[in-house]
Design a protein around this ligand. Structure first.
Ligand SMILES: [Zn+2]
Length: 54
């Protein structure tokens, strides 16, 4: 299984895109999800707004 379904949303901090791709080579302590923006190659940031919606 290489497909990983994630419940939270990722967003690029540079161009605010939500388009990203995963790579195991990109997994670091700063980027535990291994997700990078497909446009500017920035490390995706977790948009955690939905997690606290109650
Ligand atoms: Zn970007």
């Amino acid at each position: 299984m290489k497909v990983c379904i994630i419940n939270f949303k990722l967003q690029c901090p540079s161009c605010f895109s939500s388009q990203y791709r995963f790579s195991q080579l990109d997994i670091t302590s700063k980027n535990p999800h291994g997700a990078k923006c497909i446009f500017c190659k920035s490390i995706m940031q977790v948009s955690a707004k939905r997690l606290t919606a109650a």
